[in-house]
Design a protein around this ligand. Structure first.
Ligand code: NAG
Ligand code: NAG
Ligand code: NAG
Ligand code: NAG
Ligand code: NAG
Ligand code: NAG
Ligand code: NAG
Ligand code: NAG
Ligand code: NAG
Ligand code: NAG
Ligand code: NAG
Length: 501
C-alpha cells in the first residue's frame, strides 16, 4: 500500500516533469535563423532526455530557410509503446514537398534548402519522446568542385571521386544520374541516410531546381534526368559520413529508353533482383572501384533477354560482353563478370536475376560449364592503376577437361599472357604468349586437371587491351585414371613378385 502510493507519486512527478516541457500546440510553430547564425535552436527544450508528448498530439513546425542557405535538423522520436499499426509518427516534408515518415528514431538527420521544410508530429495511440534541433548555414555552395563531361560515345559512366566536394557534369544531350549505394553492410542504414545531405540540381548552379537528394534518387528505381546539359551536385553542411557511396553519370542518349534503373550492391549473395523489361528496358548497374571486385551472375529466371555490358548501356553495343536468357542457366551460368561498372539490361520480359559478389561461386567449377574469362578492363579502355599483373585461378572439385580458346588478346608492348592447367601440383599445360610468341586466335586447346590459371601482365599502368578467352569445362570420368592406377598396381605387384622369387 505504502510503496504503491510512493510509486504513484513518482509516476505523477515524472509525467508532470515531462508535460511541463511540452508546449500546447496553438498553430504552426515557425523557426527562423537566429541572430548568431551558428546558434543551435532546440524544440521543445535542449534537455538531455527528450520530453514525452501525450497521445493524440499533433503539431506542425515550419523551418524557414533563406535563399542560398541550408538548415540541418537532428530529430528524436521514440514512441513509449510500440504499436504494430504505426499510428504514431513524424512526417518530415522537404523543400520539394517530399515526405519521409519516421516511426521510431534515436537520431535522424535532415537537411533543408530554401524555402525550407516542415516537421509534423502525430502521436495518436501512444505517447512519444520527441525533440529536435535546428542549425542554419548561410552558404550552401561548396569551396571545391570536380568537373566532368559525358558524351554518348563514352562506354564508361563517370563516377564521382568523392561526395564531400561539389560535382558538376556536362553532357552532350542531357545528364542521367543514379546513386551507387554504400558497399559495407556495417552501418548501412546510417550511410544510406547520410545521402539526404547530397543534393542534385537540374542546372549549372545551386539556384537551379533541385531534383532531389541522392537518397531519394536511390529509392526511386528510376534515373534522374536533367532538362539541360548540366547537373550540379553538392553536399550540405555539416558534411556527413556516407561511406563509399557515389553517383554515376551518363549521357542520357544512351539510357533514354530505360525506365527502371538503379545501382545494386550487396555483400555476398544479393537479394534476387526483379526486373520488369516487358514494356521498356529495365536495368541495374554494379560498381567495383578500380575493378578490384567482380560480379558472379548465378541465374536468370523468367522471360526476356538480359544483356550485360562492361560499362554503361550503349547503342553501339561495342562494350556488350554477353547475353542471357532463362535457358542459359544450365550450361552458361554461373559466369564471372569483371570491369569497373557492369550494366545489366533486360528487354522483352520480366525476370529475376541472382548475382553474388562472392567470386568463389564462379571460380570453383562444380559442373560441366561453358563461359568466358576476361581481363578486368576488356572493352573498357581503362587501365588498372598501380598494378601490372592480373591473375585468375579457377579450380574444379575433381578432374575436369579444360578446353579453351583465345578470342582476343592484346600482347602489344610488354604484355604477356600465361595459361596453365595444373594436375596434382604439376603444370600439365603451360604456355606463355607475348609479342614474339602470339597465339592463334579461336583455336581450342585442352588439358585435364583440377586448376586453370590465367595470368596477364605488362608494364605498370599500361596493360589495357586485355583478353577474352572462351572455355568449355567438362568433368572427366575418373574410370580411366583408376584403370591406369590399377594397371600400375598390377605391374608393381608383378614386379614385387618377380623380385621375391
Ligand atoms: C536579433 O536582432 C534584432 C535586430 O538587430 C533584435 O531586435 C533582436 O532583439 C535580436 N534577437 C535576439 C534574440 O537577440
Ligand atoms: C541548454 O540550454 C541552456 C540555457 O540556454 C544551456 O546553459 C545548456 O548548456 C544547454 N544544454 C545543452 C545540452 O545544450
Ligand atoms: C520500440 O521499437 C524499437 C525498435 O523497433 C525498440 O528499439 C524500442 O525499444 C521499442 N520501444 C518500446 C517502448 O518497446
Ligand atoms: C511499422 O514501422 C516499423 C519500423 O519502421 C516497420 O518495420 C513496420 O513494418 C511497420 N509496420 C507497419 C504495419 O507498417
Ligand atoms: C568539358 O568540355 C569543355 C568543352 O569542350 C571543356 O572546355 C572542358 O575542359 C571539359 N571539362 C573536363 C573536365 O574535361
Ligand atoms: C543565386 O541567387 C541568389 C539570390 O537570388 C543570388 O544572390 C546569387 O548570386 C545566385 N547565385 C548564382 C550562382 O547564380
Ligand atoms: C536466387 O537467390 C535466392 C536467394 O539467394 C534463392 O532462394 C533462389 O533459389 C535463387 N534463384 C535461382 C534461380 O537460383
Ligand atoms: C618493355 O620493358 C623493357 C624493360 O623494362 C623496356 O625497356 C621497354 O621500353 C618496354 N617496352 C615497351 C614497348 O614498353
Ligand atoms: C599426386 O602426386 C603424388 C606424388 O607424385 C602422388 O603420390 C599422388 O598419388 C598423386 N595424387 C593423385 C590424386 O594423382
Ligand atoms: C616473349 O617471351 C620469351 C620467352 O619468355 C622471351 O624470350 C621474349 O623476350 C619475350 N618477348 C617479349 C617481346 O617480351
Ligand atoms: C571459331 O571456331 C569455331 C569452331 O571451330 C567456328 O565455328 C567459328 O566460326 C570460329 N570463329 C571465328 C571468328 O573464326
Amino acid at each position: 500500500m505504502h510503496s504503491l502510493n510512493f510509486f504513484c507519486l513518482i509516476l505523477i512527478i515524472l509525467l508532470g516533469a515531462g508535460a511541463a516541457d511540452v508546449p500546447e500546440c496553438t498553430g504552426t510553430v515557425q523557426f527562423n535563423p537566429p541572430n548568431r547564425t551558428y546558434d543551435v535552436i532546440w524544440y521543445p527544450t535542449n534537455s538531455s532526455v527528450a520530453p514525452t508528448f501525450p497521445m493524440n498530439y499533433e503539431c506542425l513546425y515550419q523551418i524557414n530557410v533563406p535563399q542560398g542557405w541550408s538548415s540541418y535538423i537532428e530529430l528524436k522520436f521514440l514512441p513509449t509503446t510500440n504499436t504494430t499499426a504505426n499510428n504514431s509518427f513524424v512526417q518530415v516534408i522537404d523543400f520539394n514537398q517530399r515526405v519521409e515518415i519516421i516511426y521510431y528514431t534515436d537520431l535522424d538527420k535532415f537537411y533543408f534548402i530554401a524555402p525550407g521544410g516542415r516537421i509534423k508530429i502525430s502521436t495518436k495511440d501512444t505517447s512519444a519522446q520527441f525533440q529536435f534541433s535546428v542549425q542554419w548555414f548561410s552558404e550552401i555552395n561548396p569551396d571545391r568542385y570536380d568537373y566532368a563531361n559525358v558524351t554518348e560515345l563514352d562506354t564508361q559512366p563517370y563516377i564521382t571521386n568523392y561526395l564531400f566536394k561539389g560535382n558538376q557534369v556536362t553532357a552532350e544531350t542531357r545528364v542521367s544520374i543514379i546513386t551507387i549505394p554504400p558497399s559495407d553492410s556495417y552501418l548501412l542504414e546510417t550511410h544510406l541516410k547520410a545521402l539526404r545531405s547530397i543534393l542534385i540540381f537540374d542546372g549549372p548552379n545551386v539556384n537551379s531546381t533541385c531534383l532531389g537528394t541522392a537518397l531519394q534518387l536511390f529509392n526511386n528505381n528510376r534515373q534522374y534526368v536533367t532538362s539541360g546539359r548540366v547537373v550540379t551536385v553538392i553536399p550540405l553542411q555539416p558534411i556527413s559520413y556516407w561511406s563509399d557511396s557515389q553517383l554515376m553519370f551518363q549521357d542520357f542518349e544512351n539510357t533514354k529508353d530505360i525506365t527502371e534503373y538503379r545501382s545494386v550492391y550487396c555483400l555476398g549473395y544479393c537479394d534476387p533482383i526483379v526486373m520488369d523489361g516487358s514494356k521498356t528496358p529495365s536495368a541495374f548497374s554494379t560498381f567495383s572501384p578500380s575493378g578490384y571486385a567482380n560480379d558472379c551472375l548465378m541465374s536468370v529466371s523468367g522471360t526476356g533477354n538480359l544483356d550485360v555490358y562492361y560499362g554503361g548501356k550503349t547503342d553501339s553495343k561495342s562494350n556488350l560482353i554477353a547475353s542471357y536468357s532463362e535457358a542459359s542457366n544450365e550450361l552458361m551460368l554461373p559466369q564471372m563478370l569483371r570491369g569497373v561498372v557492369r550494366t545489366y539490361v533486360l528487354t522483352g520480359g520480366i525476370a529475376t536475376v541472382n548475382i553474388t559478389h562472392n567470386s568463389d561461386a564462379c571460380l570453383i567449377m562444380k559442373k560441366n560449364q561453358k563461359g568466358f574469362i576476361t581481363s578486368p578492363f576488356y572493352k573498357t579502355g581503362l587501365t588498372r592503376l598501380f598494378s601490372h599483373i592480373d591473375s585468375i585461378f579457377i579450380y574444379s572439385d575433381g578432374l575436369y577437361k579444360y578446353t579453351f580458346n583465345i578470342q582476343d588478346v592484346d600482347l602489344s608492348q610488354n604484355n604477356s599472357l600465361r595459361l596453365s592447367v595444373i594436375h596434382n601440383k604439376s603444370r600439365v599445360y603451360d604456355i606463355l604468349y607475348n609479342a614474339t610468341n602470339l597465339p592463334s586466335l579461336n583455336e581450342s586447346v585442352s588439358a585435364v586437371g583440377t586448376e586453370w590459371d590465367i595470368k596477364y601482365s605488362g608494364d605498370y599502368d599500361r596493360i589495357n587491351g586485355g583478353y577474352f578467352i572462351k572455355y568449355d569445362v567438362v568433368k572427366v570420368n575418373s574410370a580411366p585414371s583408376y584403370l591406369s592406377n590399377f594397371v600400375a598396381t598390377v605391374v608393381s605387384v608383378w614386379f614385387f613378385l618377380c623380385m621375391m622369387f
